[in-house]
Ligand binder design. Structure first.
Ligand SMILES: NC(=O)c1ccc[n+]([C@@H]2O[C@H](COP(=O)([O-])OP(=O)(O)OC[C@H]3O[C@@H](n4cnc5c(N)ncnc54)[C@H](OP(=O)(O)O)[C@@H]3O)[C@@H](O)[C@H]2O)c1
Length: 325
């Protein structure tokens, strides 16, 4: 496992990391989380991603309990969370879909309590909030750092213009700047990372922690013959993913990737994860897994990254680029 700086920040994160969306508290309990996080850590993973909204706060509790059991030195791991959606199902003003100061300042305290930690390494604005001035959000995120509750902050699924505006405000007021963006990035979803953000990497030193490297499992090839009963695609709460997972052209493309992967001694999942990591703008590829076996298989993608030569990348592109958004 190699380690990369989080953009211009000095923090070094493992090129492959582990996230808890869908899985923790739904498919994965504390004991399984301990097993998975230990397997990841043994493979060199030092970054674990979470969010307030995952499983309504329970995902943070599961990861926090797992960290307690694992007892790692605090310096040896990086843990993140994200704020925006809030926890209450009731749509109450100032508690949902917002990045206003009132919400953010209580959200960090709630997350710290659920994790049982005295600080988080990385906190993200989980989406942009058009109803709060960016200046207000930047001040609140910077204050979390000044108060010692977080060490770095960033954004997720923000536009390049909003990221740049946040950075400029922080620069102008000598506040802590956003150092990282968390976008979706995989073989079928490229535009933001490769086009829209292009100027930000050198101009403001933006780092990237990217999500869904397997397009929720599509790139494993498991959806070629429909939706397996025990898969994410079969989960009622995630039915919005089904059209994408069963897309005929994309599943055919995944089948065409199989011989390329085989030539490299890899699975298509490992190939797809390695492809994301091959982009030097990516600080860390946040992987997801519902079992230890999947996780261990996927982390072997680290060995495939150097095998992605220009020729191999060209073959992969010919198959996937025409279908990518
Ligand atoms: N910032 C954001 O808005 C945002 C959004 C989404 C995700 N994320 C972060 O990114 C992380 C990763 O996203 P993701 O979970 O969507 O990643 P992904 O790698 O695209 O999908 C992971 C899922 O694919 C299936 N899978 C993984 N490896 C497999 C294998 N070898 N064989 C068969 N199936 C396999 C598993 O689901 P099943 O076994 O259940 O089918 C697993 O949970 C999340 O945990 C979260 O931390 C962030």
């Amino acid at each position: 496992m190699q380690y990369r700086r989080l953009g211009r920040a000095g923090l070094q994160v493992s090129e492959l990391s582990l996230g808890s969306w869908v899985t923790y508290a739904n498919q994965v309990d504390v004991n399984a989380a301990v097993e998975m996080m230990a397997a990841a850590y043994d493979a060199g993973v030092n970054f674990f991603d979470n969010a307030e909204a995952y499983a309504g706060g329970k995902s943070e509790e599961v990861m926090g309990a797992a960290l307690k059991k694992l007892g790692w030195a605090r310096l040896n791991y990086t843990v993140s969370t994200k704020f925006f959606w809030g926890l209450s199902d009731a749509v109450t003003v100032n508690r949902k879909n917002t990045l206003n100061r009132k919400y953010l300042m209580q959200a960090i305290d709630g997350s710290l309590q659920r994790f049982g930690l005295d600080h988080l390494d990385l906190v993200y604005c989980h989406r942009a909030d058009p109803n709060t001035p960016i200046e207000e959000t930047v001040h609140a995120m910077s204050d979390m750092i000044t108060q010692g509750k977080a060490l770095y902050w960033g954004t997720s699924e923000w536009s390049a213009a909003d990221i740049r505006a946040a950075w400029d405000i922080a620069d102008r007021h000598h506040l802590h700047k956003p150092v990282v963006e968390q976008p979706q990035y995989h073989l079928f979803h490229r535009e933001k990372v490769e086009q829209e953000f292009a100027r930000l990497y050198d101009d403001i030193g933006l780092g990237l922690t990217t999500w869904s490297p397997l397009a929720s499992g599509l790139l494993t090839g498991k959806y070629k013959a429909g939706i397996p009963a025990d898969s994410r695609g079969a989960m009622q709460s995630l039915s919005f993913l089904q059209d994408g997972l069963t897309d005929k052209a994309k599943n055919e493309a995944v089948a065409k990737l199989e011989p390329i992967a085989r030539d490299l001694g890899a699975t298509t999942a490992q190939l797809a994860i390695a492809w994301v990591a091959k982009n030097p703008r990516v600080s860390s590829v946040i992987t997801g897994a519902s079992s230890v076996k999947q996780l261990k298989d996927n982390l072997k993608a680290a060995e495939i990254i150097p095998k992605l030569t220009p020729d191999v990348l060209k073959r992969i592109d010919e198959i996937t680029a025409p279908l990518a958004a």
